[in-house]
Design a protein around this ligand. Structure first.
Ligand code: BTN
Length: 267
C-alpha cells in the first residue's frame, strides 16, 4: 500500500526529476542505505525513498539520527552528478541552502540559517541534518551520490541529550506544518540548487549560502572531519568548492574541506 504522505506529495510535486519516482516505506533501517541499493539496481537520478520511521538512521561522522515516527521528513534522493568528485563539497552546501530556502515560507517570520557545512538552524537550534554518501562502483566508475535529508517537522519534543540543541518547525512556530506540500517544495528547491551547481549557477549558490551562514566573522572552533583535531579561527566564508575558510590566530588562512560527502566502501 502506498503511504498517504507519498500520495499527497505527488499532488503537489513540480519537479523534473527529484521525487520521480517517489517510493514510500513505512519503516526502514536507513533511507540512505535503501536508496544506495536502489541506485545499484539502476534507479534513475532523482529517484527518492521516503519513510515514516528509521530503525538505524545515519548521521554524519558515524553518528546516529533518530526521529519520532510519522512526524518528520526522512528521505534520500539518488544523484548521478556530472561534477568532478573534488567539487562534491558544492553539493553539500547546495543541499543545505535548498532546505533552508524551502522551509522558510512554512516558518515565517523566522529565518533559516546554515551552520557549515549544511546543518539547517532555526533560532540557533538544528532542525535538519543532511548526509551525502557517495560510491564508485567498479567496473562502472560513475559516481552515485545519495542525498539524505532528516527534517524535524512536527516533532513535539526531543530526548534530554538533544533538548537544548534540536528543534522542529512546529516547536519554532507553535503550529503543525503540513508535510506533503513541504516535501514537494523541498524536492523542487533541491533539484534547482543541484542543477545550478552543476551548470553555471555555482556563484549564485555560494553567495546565497554565505548570506545564511552562521558565525561569519566570528571566532569558531570546529572538529576536523574524520580526525580528533580541532581548529580555531574566524570564519571568513567558503571557497569555490564549498570548503570553509578560517583565519587563524597567526593571521594566516586555512580551509577545512567539507569532507562531508562520506565515501562508504561497498562490502
Ligand atoms: C547529520 O548528522 O546531521 C545528518 C543526518 C542525516 C539524517 C538523514 S534521515 C534520512 C537519511 N537516512 C539516513 O540514514 N540518514 C539521512
Amino acid at each position: 500500500m502506498t503511504l498517504p504522505l507519498v500520495e499527497h506529495t505527488q499532488d503537489h510535486l513540480a519537479t523534473d526529476r527529484f521525487g520521480q519516482p517517489l517510493r514510500g516505506v513505512e519503516a526502514v533501517a536507513s533511507t540512505n542505505e535503501r536508496a544506495a541499493a536502489w541506485a545499484a539496481e539502476g534507479a534513475p537520478e532523482g529517484a527518492t525513498v521516503l519513510t515514516e520511521y528509521q530503525t538505524t538512521g545515519r548521521g554524519r561522522h558515524g553518528r546516529a539520527w533518530s526521529a519520532d515516527k510519522g512526524q518528520n521528513l526522512l528521505f534520500s534522493v539518488v544523484l548521478r552528478p556530472t561534477l568532478s568528485p573534488d567539487r562534491f563539497g558544492l553539493l553539500t552546501v547546495a543541499a543545505g541552502l535548498a532546505v533552508a530556502e524551502a522551509i522558510e515560507p512554512f516558518v515565517s517570520p523566522h529565518e533559516a540559517r546554515l551552520k557549515w557545512p549544511n546543518d539547517v538552524l532555526l533560532e540557533a537550534r538544528k532542525t535538519c541534518g543532511i548526509l551525502l554518501e557517495s560510491s564508485l562502483t567498479p567496473p562502472n566508475t560513475d559516481a552515485v551520490v545519495v542525498l539524505g535529508v532528516g527534517l524535524n517537522v512536527n516533532q513535539a519534543d526531543f530526548p534530554d541529550a538533544l533538548a537544548d540543541t534540536a528543534t522542529s518547525l512546529r516547536l519554532t512556530t507553535g503550529r503543525s506544518v503540513p508535510r506533503a506540500p513541504l516535501l514537494a517544495r523541498l524536492l523542487r528547491a533541491l533539484e534547482r540548487r543541484y542543477d545550478a551547481v552543476q551548470s553555471d549557477g555555482a556563484d549564485a549558490v555560494r553567495a546565497a549560502y554565505r548570506d545564511r551562514l552562521v558565525g561569519l566573522g566570528a571566532a569558531t572552533t570546529l572538529r576536523v572531519p574524520g580526525t580528533d583535531q580541532t581548529l580555531s579561527g574566524t570564519v571568513v566564508g567558503i571557497t569555490d568548492t564549498g570548503a570553509l575558510r578560517l583565519r587563524t590566530a597567526d593571521g594566516s588562512e586555512t580551509t577545512v574541506h567539507a569532507g562531508d560527502v562520506t565515501t562508504r566502501s561497498k562490502d
